[in-house]
Design a protein around this ligand. Structure first.
Ligand SMILES: Cc1ncc(COP(=O)(O)O)c(C=O)c1O
Length: 439
């Protein structure tokens, strides 16, 4: 272990979502980071090919965020989240509401994407209860990732995330995923099957009764499973079925929010407005943990109006909801996105980025490429052991100077919005070199 890593033992820390034994034999520690790059514990420079875990599109260690958090902490390091509050929580909620689709103006703060999803589930339950309904069924989708808390795992459509934690909340119905093996190498939204796939929700309505279904949760672009853009007409048809049956539509925008897909949110990019949106990650540019659930005015009003005068309307909240440091980081991040025009910058770079990745379409290792906006899933042929080639690729890439998030044999490239064409070129050089080293 290099001296500057400043640790004597790798044993005690239980690393999440990581092969602990393998990692501890061949650790990859980051000692510092700035902009598009990180420095590893051996002193190597590593291009961040997935913006952290899609968290940091404005670049690592943005000085304005550091300054804002530092300044905020001079005055407040903690404020009780229940019964008292502080101005920057209100300011961030207001700023966020201005960014969100028109009718979505009420924001509940949490500390992660997983908490956002479990909070959204409880808001859905509280809303239907306030409306005098006993709807208790949820609809999700195969290959969905909605975080790791109990509710999110129940919604999950990824077998490894749920097989050890079976049926933790009951009455979840899964629609089919939207990947079509007959439509490979699609750039943007697939042309076919959108309405047909969305009619899985109609089948749930026909099977169980629309009046039993509380909400339908989808990632507008399925992210963690390796970038599945919605086929044309899909989200529109989900919206229509929800409207016809009083079902709440929830978009999990934990990855797709804040400019990743082209619009401010995927809801804007696809022109479909959900009833509830979850977000996290880029909300603070990844600098301080924070998530949020934003709801349409009618949902907030239904829940608050139902309560007796003086009573707590929604029995839910976290000790760290709206933490002052997170709010300061969120306000600074949103300000940077706006003043540096980062969503527009990402949208401008997108064609160059997508052209570069799709140039790999005939590479013998590559099975499928799925790109939209500033995110591409590139899926490699399996070597017979699912995920083995992906794991190998991730490690080799790192020591070749780039870090990329992998799911099984699929890598997810998501450049920072501050990236330039030269960073995309570097990304592709490192990826191509590494693909050539795989067996
Ligand atoms: C769509 C989606 N929802 C929820 C989560 C969970 O977020 P967190 O890891 O912050 O709990 C993620 C994380 O990647 C995600 O992609």
């Amino acid at each position: 272990m290099a001296k500057d890593a400043q640790t004597n033992s790798l044993e005690e820390f239980w690393i999440p979502f990581t092969d602990n034994a393998g990692f501890k034999k061949d650790p990859r520690l980051i000692v510092k980071a700035s902009g598009n790059y990180m420095t590893d514990h051996r002193g190597g420079t590593v291009l961040d090919g997935s913006s952290g875990l899609f968290c940091s599109p404005a670049g690592h260690c943005h000085p304005k965020i550091i300054e804002a958090v530092h300044e905020s902490m001079q005055n407040l390091t903690y404020v009780s989240a229940f019964g008292t509050s502080h101005a920057s929580a209100f300011a961030l909620a207001e700023k966020l509401a201005r960014l969100l689709p028109e009718d979505i103006n009420h924001v509940f703060f949490v500390n992660s994407g997983s908490e956002a999803i479990d909070t959204a589930l409880k808001i859905v339950m509280a809303y239907h209860s306030a409306m005098g309904s006993d709807r208790h069924r949820f609809v999700s989708r195969e290959r969905a990732y909605h975080g790791v808390n109990i509710g999110g795992v129940s919604l999950s459509g990824l077998v490894n995330n749920r097989k050890t934690f079976q049926d933790v909340i009951p009455n979840v119905v899964h629609m089919r995923h939207t990947w079509n093996p007959d439509e490979l190498m699609v750039r943007g939204q697939p042309e076919h099957n959108g309405v047909d796939l969305a009619n899985d929700l109609q089948r749930a309505v026909d099977t169980f009764g629309g009046g039993t279904i509380a909400a339908c949760f989808v990632e507008p672009v399925a992210g963690s499973t390796g970038t599945l853009a919605p086929p044309k007409g899909y989200l529109e048809r989900l919206r229509q079925i929800c409207d016809e049956n009083g079902i709440l539509l929830v978009f999990d925008e934990v990855i797709t929010g804040f400019g990743r897909i082209g619009g401010k949110f995927a809801a804007d990019a696809f022109g479909v407005t959900p009833d509830i949106m979850t977000m996290a990650k880029a909300l603070t540019n990844g600098s301080i943990p924070m998530g949020a659930v934003a709801v349409k005015d009618g949902i907030y009003e239904a829940i608050t109006d139902k309560a007796a005068p003086g009573a707590i309307e929604f029995f839910h909240g976290y000790t760290y909801s709206g933490h002052p440091a997170a709010c300061a980081a969120g306000l600074a991040a949103l300000d940077i996105y706006e003043t540096e025009g980062l969503f527009e910058r990402a949208a401008d770079l997108s064609p160059y980025f997508l052209d570069a990745v799709y140039a790999l379409r005939d590479h013998p290792m590559v099975k499928d490429i799925r790109g939209i906006g500033s995110m591409v899933g590139f899926e490699m042929h399996s070597n017979g052991k699912p995920g083995a080639r992906g794991g190998d690729c991730q490690k080799k890439l790192f020591w070749n100077g780039m870090h990329v998030k992998f799911t099984g044999d699929t890598g997810i490239l998501a450049p920072m919005y501050i990236a330039e064409e030269k960073h995309i070129d570097e990304m592709m050089d490192k990826l191509t070199k590494t693909l050539g080293e795989l067996t």
